[in-house]
Ligand binder design. Structure first.
Ligand code: ATP
Ligand code: MG
Length: 192
């Protein structure tokens, strides 16, 4: 199954972002962007891709351990940016050092469980709101630049299954499905 570890902002924070993205969608050029569905918005911590079912139990144990060793922290969505023409995203602010730590630990958990994680890249927290951005991202960035979402407490690490679209099938199945949730630990201790 196709999996990734993520932080899921609470509904009220997604609603705030939703109001900004609604404005983006009215800008010239918005029709050429593939806007992501707000119900699935997430901050990816570690993308695992296709994972052999046999590795999942070990992966779960290790992700649970990664979560329990990492203290809860706070974040807010703020501003935005883009990865070339591929992705337009909302940025994140707050306890970014802990967010990065959780991402690194999730990556390490997956590697140790035997998941092929590909090349290790420095983590950059972002929430993708659109893909296939056209030539001029300027107006989108201008609107996103003024966005400042409210703070929330991150209390869990979520393992998400990504269901690739099945042609001809509409609605019904969620695009993403949470298949595991582990509370963050608080004090950060733990042996081994
Ligand atoms: P689609 O691939 O159909 O456009 P998607 O990108 O939302 O949809 P996935 O490809 O399953 O779905 O990706 C799930 C999450 O992991 C997304 O947030 C995506 O940006 C991120 N992701 C996907 N591939 C990678 C990768 N190689 N490295 C880092 N993050 C990735
Ligand atoms: Mg993808």
């Amino acid at each position: 199954m196709r999996l990734f570890a993520a932080v899921l902002p609470p509904p009220e924070r997604l609603d705030e972002l939703g109001r900004v993205v609604d404005r983006l969608r009215e800008l010239p050029g918005a029709g050429g962007v593939r806007w992501t569905s707000s119900g699935g918005w997430h901050l990816t911590l570690a993308f695992m891709g296709e994972v052999d079912e046999a590795l999942v139990p070990e992966l779960r144990v290790r992700l649970g351990r990664a979560a329990s060793r990492t203290p809860g922290f706070s974040l807010r969505l703020r501003g935005g940016g883009h990865f070339g023409r591929r992705a337009l995203w909302a940025g994140v602010a707050g306890d970014l050092d802990v967010l990065r730590l959780l991402a690194e630990r999730s990556d390490a958990a997956a590697r140790r469980a035997g998941v092929g994680m590909g090349e290790h890249r420095r983590y950059r927290g972002h929430l993708t709101v659109g893909r296939g951005v056209g030539v001029d991202v300027g107006p989108f960035l201008e609107v996103l630049g003024g966005f400042e979402g409210g703070r929330w407490e991150v209390g869990e690490l979520v393992l998400v299954r990504s269901l690739l679209p099945v042609s001809g099938v509409r609605g019904e199945r969620p695009r993403y499905e949470a298949v595991g949730r582990w509370p963050l630990g608080g004090s950060g201790g733990g042996a081994g």
